[in-house]
Design a protein around this ligand. Structure first.
Ligand SMILES: NC(=O)c1ccc[n+]([C@@H]2O[C@H](COP(=O)([O-])OP(=O)(O)OC[C@H]3O[C@@H](n4cnc5c(N)ncnc54)[C@H](O)[C@@H]3O)[C@@H](O)[C@H]2O)c1
Length: 349
């Protein structure tokens, strides 16, 4: 780190990496930004927008000029590139998913700890104020006992070249739901199908069981849907909350709706006795770009040594679910997750 701040590199300057470049370039404690991509046609337009940035076509050439690296290349390259940086003593922020295997995620965690560098997973939605507001609502008990969570992330595209739709889109839902539940799920089941892609599933459904809480979460992810959907619904015994990330305002709406159980709960033939339709309220959600909050949090962790919210273990928790979902896609069976400390570190962002 120089006196004027951190020297940060972004490797992978495609769709998402170019957003990191914009965000990091504006951060106060960043002294310089390096852009790294094997494709020069990706670097050239960025150099026009950020003429002070240094550009490299290999990580090896860039590393001596960096204190920290953001990895925004395709998922299958995350572990080798992050390891190269960690072994050179650099702090790393790795885009979601942290790795494409749990073994890879563990290797990153172990080597980052040995090297004494920060390892952070780019779970952008955990830096989204609407997700934190939803977590407060769930924790407050306003919704009553949780029944289930339903999450949809659908659109036409963008097809990825090295992973299926589960590894591409579900990391967001899994990280959001793990944050809401404050823990990892106990088992995962998944169904998927291939339509416009020969090798990779482009439509999938996941069911995550949080058996100790008696809650299940259903996730629908798709690259092949006519409607863009980014929605999480949390249904409780008293109220129901809907977080619609596409809404310009009122991203969260709390519906005072529900059903009353029959008096005799043992009699399974009885339908609910009554339906309740009450007000819809929209709690205040502060504005702010989640990616900027996330990258600033990374810089804060590097500069101050403070633990980061989405550390390697949080990245691993998501990878474990994705790996289990991948197994389940093949077997059709529910896959239990191995027991380890199920709680996640949930310091405030
Ligand atoms: N957090 C989020 O909300 C979010 C959103 C979109 C994408 N992502 C993640 O960002 C990453 C990139 O996704 P994308 O959609 O921008 O992909 P992309 O294909 O648009 O860009 C990837 C870039 O990486 C470069 N690249 C590949 N291998 C390289 C290597 N070994 N060295 C240097 N450069 C290399 C490619 O040339 C390309 O420019 C993925 O991990 C994806 O999951 C995260």
């Amino acid at each position: 780190m120089t006196e004027s701040g951190l020297r940060v590199g972004v490797i992978g300057t495609g769709y998402w990496g170019s957003k990191h470049v914009r965000v990091v370039n504006g951060l106060e404690r960043v002294a310089s930004v390096a852009i790294i991509d094997t494709r020069e046609d990706r670097l050239r337009p960025l150099l026009r927008s950020y003429p002070s940035a240094r550009a490299f076509t290999s990580l090896e050439a860039a590393l001596p000029h960096l204190d920290a690296l953001i990895v925004a290349t395709p998922p299958s390259t995350h572990v080798p590139l992050a390891l190269e940086a960690i072994r050179a003593g650099k702090h790393v922020l790795v885009e979601k998913p942290l790795a494409t295997t749990t073994a890879g995620a563990w290797q990153l965690i172990d080597e980052a700890a040995d090297a004494g560098v920060v390892l952070m997973a780019g779970h952008t939605f955990e830096y989204n104020s609407a997700v934190w507001r939803l977590r407060e609502i769930v924790e407050s008990g306003e919704l009553g006992d949780l029944f289930y969570i339903d999450s949809g992330r659908l659109n036409l595209g963008l097809y990825q070249s090295d992973v299926n739709v589960v590894w591409d889109l579900a990391p967001h839902d899994v990280s959001i739901i793990n944050l809401l539940m404050g823990r990892r799920p106990t088992s995962v089941q998944a169904w998927g199908s291939r339509h416009a892609h020969r090798r990779f599933e482009d439509v999938a459904y996941l069911r995550l069981a949080y058996a100790d809480l008696g809650v299940s979460a259903n996730i629908h992810v798709s690259w092949l849907d006519p409607c863009k959907v980014r929605r999480v619904t949390v249904v409780g015994s008293k109220k129901m909350a809907v977080y619609n990330d596409l809404a310009m305002e009122e991203k969260i709406r709390i519906h005072d709706k529900g059903v009353s159980f029959p008096v005799d709960k043992e009699d399974l033939t009885q339908p609910p006795t009554s339906y309740r339709y009450g007000d819809i309220t929209a709690p205040y959600v502060p504005a702010g770009e989640p990616l900027a909050v996330q990258d600033d949090h990374f810089v804060e962790s590097v500069v101050t040594g403070a633990p980061c919210l989405t550390d390697g273990l949080s990245g691993l928790a998501v990878v474990e679910v994705l790996e289990a979902a991948q197994l389940s896609l093949g077997s059709g069976q529910s896959v239990p997750l191995e027991e380890r400390d199920g709680s996640l570190s949930l310091a405030s962002a």
